[in-house]
Design a protein around this ligand. Structure first.
Ligand SMILES: O=P(O)(O)OC[C@H]1O[C@H](O[C@H]2O[C@H](CO)[C@@H](O)[C@H](O)[C@H]2O)[C@H](O)[C@@H](O)[C@@H]1O
Ligand SMILES: O=c1ccn([C@@H]2O[C@H](COP(=O)(O)OP(=O)(O)O)[C@@H](O)[C@H]2O)c(=O)[nH]1
Length: 465
C-alpha cells in the first residue's frame, strides 16, 4: 500500500495520545493516514519575526508525521489574508464586489506554494500518493511537477467552483486553470461545481470532458469528479442522543421557557447569509405577531478571518441587524435572537441541534455546509426538526427532504420558517428519514475512500518515463 501525503493550509493536530481533534475531515483523513502511514503537512499557525520563513517542525505519532511550516508575517498577509481570502474566496463565492486583487498578494500566494513544494520534495518517496486540499494550495502540484515529482497528486476543492463569467474576472485565471490541470484528479463538492469547471475549460477552448470523469485539457487527460463531503453521521447521532447530559443544553432548554427554538450555526462569513436570515426572521415576526415570546433564534457565530477588512465589516453588520430586531421586537422577558460569538463543542452543538425545531442554513453560496448535515444527524427520529436550506449550499444537491429557499427572497424564507414550524409529524419524519439514510450511507469515511480509490485509478499524465 502506498503512503499517503496530505497537504492543507491548516493541520488538525492530534492530542498527546495521537487521537485526532473532533471534526469529520480530520477524523476520516487520520483514519486513512493511520492505515497507510504518511505525512500531513501544512502551516503551523505561527508567524516568525524573520524575513525568511525558518521554522519547520516535525511531530511523530505512530505511522504519521506532522510537518508544520511557519510563515513570515508578509507570507500570511499576502497568501492567506490576501490572495486566498480577499481574491479567491470572494470570487469563488461569486462576490466580485468584495474581491480586492493586488499583484503583491498574488505573488505572495505563489511564493508560499513554492515554499510548501520546496519543503515537501525532500520528504517524498516515489510511491507516495499526495492529496492537496483547498483553494490556498491550487498551484502546489505545478510547483511539485517543476521539481520532478511524478507521483499521483489529487486535489479537493472545499469551496464552490464558479461559472466562467465570474472566474474570468480573476486576472490570473489561466494560470489557476493550468495549475489545476497538473493534478491527476481534481475533486469538487458537487456536480454543479464540476460542470462549472469544465465550462471554464470549454469557454476558452482549453479542453473538455472526454467521458463522465475524465477531462482532456492543455494537452493531457486527467480525472475530475464530484465528491460531496460527508460527516461522521452515526457519531453525531450518538452525541445528540446523550446530549441532554451536557449542562449547557439543559440550561438552554430551561431558559427558553417553552418558546420554540430555531438555530443557525455559521463562521462569521459573508457567504453564510446571516444578515439575510435575520431579515427573514424579522419578516416572519412582523407577519405573525402572535408568535412574540413563542419563538427564539439562537445564532452561533464564531469570529473568522478577523484580519480581513470585509469580515470586520460584516461582523458589524450582523451585530447591527441583531440589535435592531431585538430592540424592535423584544420584550422585557423575551429576546428574539440570542447571538453568540463563542465557538461551541460538538457535544453541545449536537444537543442544541436536537433541541431546535428548525435548522436555518441559508448561505448565499457555500461549498457544502456541514452544519446542514449535522443538524439532520442530530434529530430525534420520533420527533425530528425541519431543515430550511438555501438552494445555494452544496448540501442542497443531496438533502432533498429540506424546505428549500432562495436567501435573496426574504418573503420566501419567512414563509419557509412558518411552514417548518407548522409541518405535521408524519411529513417531518418522512423527510428526515430520507435525508438520514443518505447521510448514513454517504458519511465522511465514504467520501475519503471514494476520492482515494479514484485517485489510485486516475490516468497518470506524469508517469515516470
Ligand atoms: O481555515 P479558515 O480560514 O478559518 O476557514 C475554515 C474553513 O472554511 C472553509 O470550509 C469549507 O469546507 C467545508 C468542508 O468541506 C465545506 O462544508 C464548506 O462549505 C466550505 O466553506 C474552507 O474551505 C476551509 O479550507 C477552511 O479551513
Ligand atoms: O461553534 C461552532 C461552530 C461551528 N462548528 C463546526 O464548524 C463546522 C463548519 O463547517 P461548514 O461546512 O458548515 O462551514 P465552514 O465554516 O467550513 O465554511 C461544522 O462542522 C460545525 O460543527 C463548531 O464546531 N463549533
Amino acid at each position: 500500500m502506498s503512503r499517503l501525503v496530505v497537504v492543507s493550509n491548516r493541520v488538525p493536530l492530534p492530542d498527546e495520545n495521537g487521537n485526532p481533534p473532533p471534526g469529520g475531515l480530520a477524523v476520516a483523513v487520520h483514519a486513512a493516514l493511520r492505515e497507510s502511514g504518511g505525512i500531513w503537512m501544512g502551516w503551523s499557525g505561527k508567524t516568525t519575526g524573520e524575513e525568511e520563513p525558518t521554522g519547520l517542525t516535525t511531530l511523530e505519532h505512530g505511522k504519521i508525521s506532522y510537518v508544520l511550516t511557519d510563515l513570515t508575517q508578509a507570507d500570511l498577509d499576502e497568501y492567506y489574508n490576501g490572495f486566498a481570502n480577499r481574491v479567491l474566496w470572494p470570487i469563488f463565492h461569486c462576490r466580485l464586489d468584495l474581491a480586492e486583487y493586488a499583484r503583491q498578494e498574488m505573488a505572495g500566494y505563489f511564493r508560499v506554494n513554492r515554499l510548501f513544494a520546496e519543503r515537501l520534495v525532500p520528504m517524498l518517496e516515489p510511491d507516495d500518493v499526495i492529496w492537496v486540499h483547498d483553494y490556498h494550495l491550487i498551484p502546489l502540484a505545478a510547483e511539485l511537477r517543476k521539481r520532478g515529482v511524478k507521483n499521483r497528486i489529487g486535489f479537493f476543492l472545499h469551496i464552490p467552483w464558479p461559472p466562467a463569467d465570474i472566474l474570468t474576472a480573476l486576472p490570473v485565471y489561466e494560470i489557476i486553470m493550468r495549475d489545476l490541470a497538473e493534478y491527476d484528479l481534481a475533486g469538487f463538492q458537487t456536480d454543479y461545481d464540476l460542470d462549472n469547471f469544465v465550462g471554464c475549460l470549454r469557454r476558452e477552448k482549453w479542453g473538455d470532458r472526454t467521458d463522465k470523469n475524465t477531462v482532456h485539457a492543455f494537452g493531457h487527460d486527467f480525472a475530475a469528479g464530484a465528491y460531496p463531503i460527508g460527516i461522521e453521521t452515526a457519531e453525531f447521532a450518538r452525541l445528540a442522543e446523550k446530549a441532554g447530559e451536557a449542562s449547557m443544553v439543559g440550561e438552554m432548554e430551561q431558559s427558553l421557557n417553552g418558546s420554540a427554538l430555531m438555530i443557525g450555526v455559521d463562521r462569521l462569513d459573508y457567504s453564510k447569509g446571516i444578515s439575510h436570515r435575520i431579515d427573514a426572521f424579522e419578516r416572519y415576526l412582523t407577519r405573525n405577531p402572535e408568535m412574540a415570546g413563542k419563538l427564539t433564534l439562537l445564532q452561533v457565530a464564531p469570529h473568522s478571518r478577523s484580519d480581513v477588512k470585509e469580515y470586520l465589516d460584516m461582523q458589524a453588520q450582523v451585530e447591527a441587524h441583531c440589535g435592531r430586531v431585538n430592540g424592535a421586537h423584544g420584550t422585557i422577558d423575551w429576546v428574539p435572537i440570542r447571538y453568540v460569538n463563542q465557538s461551541l463543542t460538538r457535544p453541545v452543538l449536537s444537543g442544541l441541534y436536537r433541541l431546535a425545531k428548525v435548522g436555518l442554513v441559508t448561505p448565499l453560496r457555500d461549498g457544502m455546509n456541514l452544519v446542514a448535515k449535522e443538524y439532520i444527524a442530530s434529530q430525534d427520529p420520533e420527533d425530528p426538526g425541519v431543515l430550511v436550506l438555501s438552494r445555494f449550499a452544496g448540501a442542497a444537491r443531496e438533502l432533498d427532504g429540506a424546505v428549500f429557499i432562495n436567501p435573496y427572497d426574504t418573503d420566501q424564507t419567512a414563509a419557509a420558517i412558518g411552514r417548518a414550524l407548522e409541518m405535521p409529524l408524519d411529513e417531518r419524519m418522512a423527510r428526515w428519514r430520507r435525508m438520514m439514510d443518505h447521510l448514513l450511507k454517504n458519511d465522511v469515511g465514504h467520501w475519503c475512500r471514494s476520492f482515494l480509490d479514484d485517485l489510485s485509478e486516475a490516468p497518470l499524465h506524469h508517469a515516470a518515463t
